[in-house]
Design a protein around this ligand. Structure first.
Ligand code: FCB
Length: 432
């Protein structure tokens, strides 16, 4: 069955940040630190999904999707990141999974979508190797409770973005600006992925994926400098997180001047066989180089294409290009691919631009020569868009954050009709 779904993440929608024993996460700390998030917005209430999840599941059922990718908040399950399990936190996901199954919607949880328990950050967060082991312990606890109903699991969401924005640039929680000294965060997340994969399987999980953010990298010109810079950026954004998982080896990281703290056996752990690769795609990236600021690359504008409200270039064929390039790079080592996020920020209820965006990207992905098994729209609801607060609206459903009123947008109705046409449900014959 091809999975057509919507995607969300815990801190972006749940709210209820002190309820039922949830501990603080790095995003609570960060969003409450003045100057970190636009207009001081926080996820304290967000979409109040913790209390309104039944309404949100009903919205998905009305949309006609057969899958839902959501994330589990580690600090709800283990308020201090390790040690005592908070059953009340697990109960919430238990209820959510039941509600989804009752509606015939396949639950696809992600175990880490950036809301690390603050207590673990206090011990170094993902710079500390111990966090990998703690992540696996947490994965085992969640799977023991849910694996009787949840078949498909995603370990990490976008470890690249978390490393760069959270530890490299300090734009996201935990707000550390270490530049390339953040690179150990890549290894500890990947090790956590490998250990969690083992823990999930031991607890009965049938299918395990990782979700990576990937981008086609376009050299700004054919000059040797631009080509070399583009290759360097491709290593950092795409290969650093795909190569170890799919091939058991890191790419050449010498351009970054930082050693990755690999110990014997780590790469074997990281390269556990996977049942799928989750890909989040938003736009291509144009790179010239080197940068004037000591960086081995610089970002160049992509002109001549529409942009979203976020200013991101809209290039649907970039998705086909990305998928074909993954196939060319990894060949038979590429597992089935799921587009675990794709979407855009636009204002308004009559969101014709979003319809054009989704239509264009779905068409483009179908032209790719890969074994594609799923497509999840980011996002079901307008939500807390990290450093942008509530300013970027990615939802198929509009949320009035004063009243929590949900209103389906034109794109919701468009997608509902698209999904109703059952012959469009299969991209290829990829039954599992
Ligand atoms: C991705 C994140 C997701 C959301 C979208 C717009 O990088 O995984 O949480 O913020 O971008």
């Amino acid at each position: 069955m091809f999975l057509w779904g919507t995607a969300t993440a815990s801190y972006q929608i749940e709210g209820a940040v002190t309820e039922d024993g949830r501990g603080p996460s790095v995003w609570d700390t960060f969003s409450h630190t003045p100057g970190r998030v636009r207009d001081g917005h926080t996820g304290d209430v967000a979409c109040d999904h913790y209390h309104r999840y039944l309404e949100d599941v009903a919205l998905m059922a009305g949309l006609g999707v057969n899958a839902y990718r959501f994330s589990i908040a580690w600090p709800r399950v283990m308020p201090t990141g390790a040690g005592p399990v908070n059953q009340a936190g697990l109960d919430f996901y238990d209820r959510l999974v039941d509600a989804l199954c009752e509606r015939g919607i396949t639950p696809v949880p992600t175990l880490f979508h950036w809301d690390l328990p603050q207590a673990l950050e206090d011990e170094g967060g993902w710079l500390n190797r111990d966090t990998s082991r703690r992540f696996a312990d947490y994965a085992a606890v969640v799977a023991e409770r849910l694996a009787d109903r949840v078949r498909m699991w995603i370990t990490l969401n976008e470890p690249f973005v978390h490393m760069v924005e959270g530890y490299g640039l300090g734009i996201h929680a935990p707000g550390r600006a270490l530049m390339f000294d953040a690179l150990p965060v890549a290894h500890h997340q990947l090790l956590g992925h490998g250990l969690a994969t083992q823990a999930l399987r031991a607890a009965g999980a049938e299918q395990v994926l990782i979700t990576n953010n990937c981008t086609p990298v376009w050299p700004a010109s054919g000059s040797p400098e631009d080509l070399a810079a583009a290759e360097t950026y491709d290593i950092l954004h795409n290969r650093l997180f795909n190569d170890p998982v799919l091939t058991g080896a890191y790419p050449d990281l010498s351009a970054f001047g930082v050693e990755i703290p690999v110990r014997p056996g780590d790469l074997e752990t990281i390269a556990q066989p996977l049942d799928g690769l989750g890909i989040n795609y938003y736009n291509p990236t144009r790179i010239g180089g080197p940068g004037g600021d000591g960086l081995p690359f610089r970002f160049e504008e992509i002109s001549g294409v529409p942009t979203t409200a976020f200013g991101w270039p809209v290039v649907p064929d970039g998705l086909r290009e990305l998928l074909d390039s993954l196939k060319a790079r990894y060949g038979d080592a590429l597992p089935p691919v799921y587009i675990t996020e794709n979407g855009c920020s636009y204002d308004g209820l009559d969101d014709q631009e979003r319809i054009a965006y989704l239509d264009g990207h779905i068409t483009a992905m179908r032209q790719a020569d890969v074994d594609l098994r799923g497509y999840f729209v980011w996002s079901l609801l307008d939500n807390f868009e990290w450093a942008e607060g509530y300013h970027q609206r990615f939802g198929l459903v509009h949320v009035d954050f004063e009243t929590q009123q949900r209103t389906p947008k034109a794109s919701y109705h468009w997608l509902r009709k698209f999904l109703e046409a059952t012959d469009t449900l299969e991209v290829q014959s990829t039954d599992t």
